[in-house]
Write a protein that binds this ligand. Structure first.
Ligand code: LLP
Length: 427
């Protein structure tokens, strides 16, 4: 996919031979196909009608957020969703326009709220009473007015891994509808002069293929907008529907195109609003995974190969759960190839293991692959989202370098950590 191509049995991304990347940057190495990231951003903006309707597409920085991404997202005229002081700081330092930021998080600290107010973020997505009180207090002190959305728990169950569901009633995120919390929060606004409610936000989960839960979410949100206007006289202009569409990792995944996903949501919003006799609010969506997952790959060098006759062949690479926690954490599946043997037959079945001191550090279970030997370079594809951003220094393994490729050129994004970096915090 993207700009990947095979020439003489070897894999190229963005016009650069993977073997050349490895020669210069070593392994493990994250490689990003810049054109594909940009194309994904453009698809989202186009089909979500970001120009015509005042709708906005905010990239969810949690998926992958070096300064490089902040600059790219700005160039692509997207907004940005941040969830912590660290992400906010990254965006600020990179010169990202603060008015285009949505500040999320279910437990923003006092310091984080102060930072957001001081930087002038566009919208606080207020998750709970604690944050609402804190925000009012800080804005009063700073003599500022802050636009906010309320995050609600819409009570929608979507089919995805338990750990990445967020919209069900039993969730740590957002104001619940079932216990009246949302209405109590709106009541509070009568005394509060510094926070201005302009929209609602909900997120039902990540890596979802069905459209129906998103469409149900649209209905829930539009009804709430109408109800809030009727009961409280508050005219909400924005409805933020949370993350984007699920993506392809392996053959089991049948993702929707960005176009179909966006069109279905917009159609439903128009239909539901027409039925409710209200104008369609400005819609916001916050895709992370579907912008970046397929654009990223990881290159590893194969080391030990252990053949347990009639049981399993373990092929170990020089990374693992430290650069990709997703298989261990969510049983996520991936595909792989040998970048120097792209046309080899794939009769061989092996298990790709990481190098961490942990039996669960398996990257891919039982995968078909060409004949391999130690020293070959293995690529796992679709590792762009929640890979580098969830990387750790377990076993004091250094975080890999990150590069972006486009039109035969390499842009270094993050250098590899050194042992000194790993020790840098020790006093
Ligand atoms: N907006 C909100 C409020 C979110 O909580 C999330 C993801 C997103 C947007 C972006 O969703 P996406 O478009 O990426 O599906 N680490 C997990 C994913 C956690 C997602 C949490 N929230 C993984 O690797 O699968």
């Amino acid at each position: 996919h993207g700009s990947m191509e095979i020439k003489n049995d070897e894999l190229y991304i963005g016009g650069v031979n993977c073997l050349d990347m490895v020669k210069e940057y070593k392994t493990p190495l994250y490689v990003f196909d810049e054109q594909l990231i940009r194309d994904n951003c453009r698809e989202y903006r186009k089909y979500f009608k970001a120009e015509e309707n005042g709708n906005r597409v905010a990239y969810a920085g949690k998926a992958f957020l070096p300064g490089y991404m902040c600059r790219l997202i700005k160039e692509e005229k997207m907004c940005l969703d941040v969830v912590s002081g660290g992400e906010l700081y990254t965006a600020h330092k990179s010169g990202f326009p603060m008015e285009n930021i949505f500040f999320h998080g279910n437990n923003k600290t006092r310091e984080e709220v102060e930072m957001g107010v001081e930087y002038g973020v566009g919208k606080f997505v207020v998750d709970n009473f604690y944050e609402l009180d804190l925000l009012e207090e800080i804005c009063e002190r700073e003599d500022k007015v802050q636009e906010i959305y309320f995050r609600i728990t819409p009570g929608i169950e979507a089919h995805t891994h338990e750990y990445i569901k967020t919209g069900q009633i039993d969730s740590k995120f957002g104001f619940a509808l079932v216990n009246g919390d949302l209405y109590n929060a709106i009541e509070k606004l009568k005394e509060y002069k510094r926070v201005k409610l302009v929209g609602l936000h909900a997120h039902i989960g990540s890596q979802i293929f069905e459209l129906e839960p998103f469409l149900d979410e649209v209905d829930v949100m539009m009804k709430l907008v109408k109800e809030i206007k009727e009961n409280y006289g508050i005219e909400l202009t924005d409805v933020d529907l949370g993350g984007g569409v699920g993506v392809y990792y392996t053959e089991e995944d049948k993702p929707r195109a960005i176009k179909d996903f966006c069109e279905a949501i917009i159609d439903r919003a128009e239909k539901t609003c027409a039925e409710l006799g209200m104008e369609v609010p400005h819609l916001v969506i916050e895709p992370g995974r579907s912008v970046i997952a397929n654009a990223g790959s990881t290159l590893y060098t194969i080391g030990s190969i252990k053949d347990i006759k009639d049981v399993r062949v373990y092929v170990s690479v020089d990374g693992g759960m430290t650069d990709n926690i997703r298989p261990s954490l969510y049983h996520a599946g991936y595909e792989c190839s040998i970048v120097n043997k792209m046309n080899g037959d794939t009769e061989n079945r092996v298990t790709i293991a990481g190098k961490c001191c942990e039996s669960g550090d398996i990257l891919i279970n039982n995968v078909a692959i060409s004949e391999i030997e130690s020293g070959d370079i293995l690529i796992t594809t679709s590792t762009g989202a929640y890979g580098y951003s969830m990387a750790s220094n377990y076993n004091k393994i250094q975080k890999p370098a990150v590069i972006a490729v486009k039109n035969g050129e390499i842009t270094p994004v993050c250098r590899r950590q050194t042992f000194e970096d790993v020790l840098a915090l020790e006093l």
